[in-house]
Design a protein around this ligand. Structure first.
Ligand code: GDP
Ligand code: MG
Length: 226
């Protein structure tokens, strides 16, 4: 019993891994968790190395864990290959890392609703629309990139490799609001890893509203290919 690691004891080295496509709300949730709990956040588009980007991304995630108990590995991780690489590379440096999948469920039968929700978010906000135009990508090019991710998306299967490497999978709906998804995520993490929140009050409904509002003001969407 002594020193046994159960989830009740976990108070650090939690890596939150979205499985998603563009516009699902990954960055919005990550920024909200950062502002509410001080957790870490690495965005793939901020990794600027030319070679070995997946490895550099994993290294940046490990670095966040040196100073923060949990972090969000903010990229789409929409294929098993990416999830395998992330789990393996982080585990090499942080052997006791706990991987939590933020599974933005993509059932093929629901693709039209997901398209409607994510396109609306990515294309219709005035400020982001400016960004897309300024980046010389018109709406058609953006939609094409988004479609590529949806086409390649490989559903999370917790029963087989590499997704059996997740200690926990939190299913969320890409068409639901980020506010609702944030609350699901916090509640599930709190139930599973209470010590991760030690010393912090659970955020109120108003706290979560404010965190999401701030995150949505803060940020423009990444529409890069990778
Ligand atoms: P990501 O591509 O998965 O990182 O998605 P983002 O978090 O960047 O969200 C895409 C866009 O939708 C951003 O402009 C967000 O501010 C916005 N957004 C995120 N969640 C919601 C939401 O619940 N409702 C609305 N209307 N917009 C949202
Ligand atoms: Mg993002």
């Amino acid at each position: 019993e002594d020193g046994e690691v159960t989830n009740d004891n976990v108070d650090r080295d939690v890596v939150i891994v979205p499985a998603a496509t563009i516009g699902c709300g990954k960055t919005t949730i990550a920024l909200s968790l950062r502002s509410l709990f001080g957790w870490g956040h690495v965005q793939n588009d901020n990794i600027t190395v030319q070679k070995g980007k997946p490895r550099a991304f994993a290294n940046a995630c490990c670095k966040e864990l040196e100073e923060r108990p949990a972090m969000v590995a903010d990229r789409n991780n929409h294929q098993k290959r990416e999830r395998k690489q992330l789990i393996e590379d982080i585990s090499r440096t942080v052997p006791n890392a706990h991987f939590v999948c933020l599974n933005y469920v993509h059932d093929r039968s629901n693709y039209n609703s997901i398209r409607a929700a994510t396109r609306e978010r990515v294309l219709s906000r005035g400020d982001n629309h400016q960004t897309i135009q300024a980046g010389s990508k018109g709406p058609d090019a953006v939609i094409e990139i988004m479609e590529g991710f949806m086409h390649r998306f490989e559903p999370v299967d917790p029963e087989s490799s590499p997704d059996d490497g997740f200690h926990m999978v939190i299913d969320i709906d890409p068409t639901a609001s980020s506010r609702d998804n944030l609350e699901i995520v916090i509640n599930r993490l709190y139930a599973e890893y209470p010590k991760l929140f030690a010393g912090q009050d659970m955020p109120s409904s108003e706290d979560m509203d404010a965190a999401i509002d701030a995150a949505m003001k803060d940020y423009t969407v990444d529409i890069k290919h990778e």
